[in-house]
Design a protein. Structure first.
Length: 43
């Protein structure tokens, strides 16, 4: 479980413009991540 203040785990995602975003590419920047656990589901 990730707790407040813990560093983010390594990740790699495709952005809406087709580029790849990684944790390392965001280093030194202020970032807000939103998670939608029920997005695109019936629940």
């Amino acid at each position: 479980m990730i707790r407040e203040g813990d560093p983010a785990p390594d990740f790699s995602l495709e952005a809406d413009d087709g580029t790849t975003v990684t944790r390392d590419s965001l280093a030194g920047k202020n970032v807000v991540l939103f998670f939608y656990p029920k997005d695109d589901t019936a629940g």
